[in-house]
Ligand binder design. Sequence first.
Ligand code: GTP
Ligand code: MG
Ligand code: ZN
Length: 400
Amino acid sequence: MTSKSKKRKQRIKERQQEAWQAQKGQRKTVRHNTAANQEKHRADWQPLQPDEFGVVADRRIMPRDEMERRKQVETLAAQAVATDFNEAMWQRLAAATPYALGIVVEVSKGLCRVALDGKVIVCDWRGVLIAEQTGYTNVIAVGDRVLVSPQEAGRGFVQEALPRRSGLGRADPFYSHLRQLLTANVDQVLVVAAWREPHLWLQMVDEYLIGAARNNLTGIVCINKIDLAQDMAEVEELLRPYQTLNHPILYTSAVTGEGLGELTAVLRGKTTVLAGLSGVGKSTLLNAIDPGLNLRTARISNMPSREGRHTTTQAVMYPLTHLDGYVIDTPGIKDMGLLGLEAEELLDYYPDVAAFAPHCRFSNCQHEQEPDCAVRDGVENGRIAQWRYDNYVKLHARLA
Ligand SMILES: Nc1nc2c(ncn2[C@@H]2O[C@H](COP(=O)(O)OP(=O)(O)OP(=O)(O)O)[C@@H](O)[C@H]2O)c(=O)[nH]1
Ligand SMILES: [Mg+2]
Ligand SMILES: [Zn+2]
């Protein structure tokens, strides 16, 4: 055999191998985007013009029909964001692609679980989904609608996350210029607190409500374990400030079933995130609403002390099939409300306190030590709830 034909045979073999590997989805990723490569190619190219979506990358190297498809999906997506963004819209977006539409129900490092066609499958996601482009440190969040292509052994591959209609995020604890998306595509936050065991901690409720408001989500207060309250009038009196501020408020007991009807009504047709300290009864409440969920809860006998360990360890989304809604059970989310908030902004979330501030003697009054402080007067004559004022002062000190 001549050396020429030997080389040709070798080349064919290599190509076949390549094709096979590509088919298997195992082709090694070539990193074009390293700093060294960027430098090398910089001189070769005219500056790229971003298209109407601000995208310059990867247009050149995709097949023509893929380019058309992308354009179509992006146009649809732009319409979707601008108009009514609902389930049907996601379905239309997915229909314009060769991929299947799924909902991310759980996320861990590099993997996620996606509800798709009535099953839940494990999916990898692509290295090209880069968080920097989105301003979030995590690329995929629970609640995301994603496009999935099949992989071997019943697994899937997340091709992309479709535009989100909403989300519950917070400043990333480590990269404060970025946000961490806790959950995507949610309607409301159910802030669960217990009347006793653990003792009602209204500062935490305030913080969660601030977090909901900063994400443009409705914050609903749910006071659970109401069976442990001796005097309902006392409970309602204490929580009146929330009522005055128009926060929906529920009183529930997973033990007696009180308030579960109202809770069901609130969850119907919505995607709801449950937030609250460990042990307040989030999972127990969900089980009471839908026994089919069968979530792990802490048994009374091994109740952890006060702040205890979390029984729920990951944010997980569950369908409430008979209510046409979804719930996301979370372990207590720490620092949800306040991260990244400026001290001066806090007053925006305390309209009951803010209402009095213009009447203070000093325009820069901090409402703590200053003379003729209308806010402190308001507290003294009972027009501002003492605990709301105390919470404001404590949280303000934390931000200052
Ligand atoms: N008395 C009373 N106990 C309750 C009620 N709801 C839940 N509990 C108990 O409170 C404990 C904690 O409940 P969980 O549902 O595990 O609490 P959780 O909020 O999901 O806690 P994490 O998953 O750790 O965040 C369990 O022992 C429940 O039985 C209630 O309405 N009344
Ligand atoms: Mg739980
Ligand atoms: Zn003042």
